[in-house]
Design a protein around this ligand. Structure first.
Ligand code: IPM
Ligand code: MG
Length: 361
């Protein structure tokens, strides 16, 4: 089978980590009898520099014509002062909205190979951590209107609107319950319904959707408590269902306590059309171009692309197993380095993974 992928390298470490990801998924796809073709498009700061727009319309077109979109990272201090419409992040938010990617799946797990890098108390770490944040991605304060910096009562005032429709909540709740069915069948819906009307509606709709998923256990948690429980007892979570803003924060927290943000992949899916696959971490401009970045989150996002975006699960497993093997063999980038292990750069880590894919079966 032939599949076409749109590559969005973006900024900072983006190009170097994506190069490793592309090699890994090409090798795994070929091994399982599939051919991948690629087209690059501009996004973020790179697009701003080249065209003056963070998301040129050709990029949206190239993405729409692909079977999946593979993105690295956007942003950097160079563009921080830009007006809000001309920030690299607008490119990312824009592509999510344009492709209708409302469901963001962010798995966080503690790989036994990396237990030493985990930030949790050893007793807590020993209980394990294997959860997935199902974050709504096209609503909330990120997109709600009105927004802006306005004059009100003679004072400059910042305004954003937290906004969710019933339908917006229903469709992401379904994704969470469906995801839980493939895992340990537990959904914890995270909101702030003790304060926010948006959250009250959220909870009401989640409870209604749950009626069709009697086999899945549903609980609710306020977001402040959830932030605390994630470090206190993360093994209690299977699927965390939440909105865009809370999901942004909780997914970084879940990712970093596993030991490195550089390890965790994510996918963004809509009802139809291509999904978008990207590492959870940012563009790390401080180490860009130095061959220091950890490519594993990008490579594992490639595995998600193969599984969820192209429906080639056997190729996805090849990639995931190859990553585990590279870690078992003791190779570490500097962010996950521990005494006694072998320090490697971005390219060498990628090549170890690719060699392992080549050696499989
Ligand atoms: C993420 C990022 C983005 C977000 C930024 C870069 C706009 O933090 O994907 O989590 O807030 O969604
Ligand atoms: Mg974030």
């Amino acid at each position: 089978m032939k599949k076409h992928i749109c590559l969005l390298e973006g900024d900072g470490i983006g190009p170097e980590i994506l190069a490793q990801g592309v090699d890994a998924i090409t090798t795994a796809a070929r091994k399982t009898g599939h051919e991948l073709t690629f087209a690059k498009a501009l996004i973020g700061g790179a697009a701003l520099d080249a065209t003056g727009e963070p998301l040129p319309s050709e990029t949206v077109e190239t993405c729409r014509n692909a079977d999946a979109v593979y993105l690295a990272a956007v942003g950097g201090p160079k563009w921080d002062a830009a007006n809000p419409e001309k920030r690299p992040e607008k490119g990312l938010l824009g592509i999510r909205k344009s492709l209708g990617l409302f469901a963001n799946l962010r798995p966080a797990m503690l790989m036994p190979e990396l237990a030493g890098a985990c930030l949790l108390h050893p007793k807590t770490a020993a209980e394990g951590l294997d959860l997935i944040v199902v974050r709504e991605l096209t609503g909330d304060v990120y997109f709600g209107e009105p927004r802006g910096i306005i004059m009100r009562d003679g004072l400059r005032t910042g305004v954003n609107t937290m906004l969710y429709t019933e339908e917006g909540i229903r469709r992401i709740a379904k994704v969470a319950f469906e995801t839980a069915r493939l895992r340990r069948k537990k959904v914890c819906s995270v909101d702030k319904s003790n304060v926010l009307e948006t959250s009250r509606l959220w909870r009401e709709v989640v409870i209604a959707v749950h009626k069709d998923y009697g086999d899945v256990e549903l609980s609710h948690m306020y977001v402040d408590n959830a932030a605390m429980q994630l470090v206190r007892a993360p093994s209690q979570f299977d699927v965390i269902l939440t909105g865009n803003l809370f999901g942004d924060i909780l997914s970084d927290e879940a990712a970093v306590i596993t030991g490195s943000l550089g390890m965790l992949p994510s996918s963004a899916l809509g009802d139809d059309g291509p999904g978008l696959f990207e590492p959870t971490h940012g563009s790390a401009p401080d180490i860009a171009g130095q061959d220091k970045a950890n490519p594993l989150a990008a490579i594992l996002s490639g595995a998600m692309l193969l599984r969820l975006g192209l429906n080639i699960p056997e190729a996805a497993s090849l990639v995931e197993n190859a990553v585990r093997q590279a870690l078992r063999d003791g190779f570490r980038t500097f962010d996950i380095m521990e005494p006694g292990k072998t320090l490697v750069g971005c390219r060498a880590m990628g090549q170890k993974v690719i060699e392992n894919i080549g050696k499989a079966y």
